[in-house]
Design a protein around this ligand. Structure first.
Ligand code: ADE
Length: 230
């Protein structure tokens, strides 16, 4: 069983609609749809927005659905200099940019007393995602890079450049690294796939509204393509 998580309804609805032999299980207020997609056993769920929702959701997938991999799909704000709206970031790894215990000598982003704070995505899934993306979305660019997550919608140039300079972030969103941490603790391979809906700058809110749908089209194509090739 493969777990597929999106924070918002619009990030998972097309995938849920395409499922066969669908059954719904509700837990912690989240609807988990079990069934088949592209002939693969999957469980698809809308986690809700933010790191806490995502961490809870991933733990439920581990405990109750015994998933062998988790995929986080959705949109993000672009950080990497060459990235354009509609392009895709495939996670190399993920970090929580809003963790700050610097007063104790930790670097920003470092979670005190953990073995790592930069959670590495599964190498086979990265390779599969990159190859698939080039095939199913030939008109856009995809990048393998760092996903930076925090409980903040980034819509400010100063903050954007801080995330680039401090973390080498390729995109900013609000859940991926929480799934990554939960997956790491449960020893489950993971990947984060995010299409760029805005550039995390002053225009981000407007751009997000305008381009979210188009970005989601690319990411749905990628998720279906990956399942097809698994
Ligand atoms: N999701 C989409 N765009 C985002 C942004 N700019 N910041 C955080 N999460 C996002």
């Amino acid at each position: 069983m493969i777990g597929i998580i999106g924070a918002m309804e619009e990030e998972v609805s097309q995938l849920i609609e395409a499922m066969e032999e669908k059954e719904k299980v509700t837990c912690a207020g989240m609807d988990f749809y079990c069934g088949k997609l592209k002939d693969k056993e999957v469980v698809i769920v809308q986690s809700g927005i933010g790191k806490v929702n995502m961490a809870l959701c991933t733990q439920i997938l581990a405990d109750r659905f015994d998933v062998k991999a988790v995929i986080n799909t959705g949109v993000a704000g672009g950080l990497y200099k060459d990235i354009e709206i509609g392009d895709i970031v495939i996670s190399k790894d993920a970090v929580q940019h809003d963790v700050d215990a610097t007063v104790f000598g930790y670097k920003v982003g470092e979670i005190p007393r953990m073995d790592t704070s930069y959670f590495e995505a599964d190498k086979d899934l990265i390779e599969l995602a990159k190859k698939t993306c080039d095939e199913v979305n030939p008109d856009i660019h995809s990048y393998v890079g760092r996903v930076v997550s925090g409980d903040q919608f980034i819509s400010d140039n100063k903050k954007k450049h801080y995330l680039i300079n401090e973390f080498d972030g390729y995109c900013a969103e609000m859940e991926g690294a929480a799934m990554a941490q939960a997956a790491h603790l449960n020893q489950i391979p993971f990947i984060i796939l995010r299409a760029i809906s805005d550039k995390a700058d002053q225009e981000a809110a407007g751009s997000y509204e305008e381009f979210e749908k188009a970005a989601i089209k690319h990411i749905v194509r990628l998720v279906l393509g990956i399942l097809d090739r698994m």
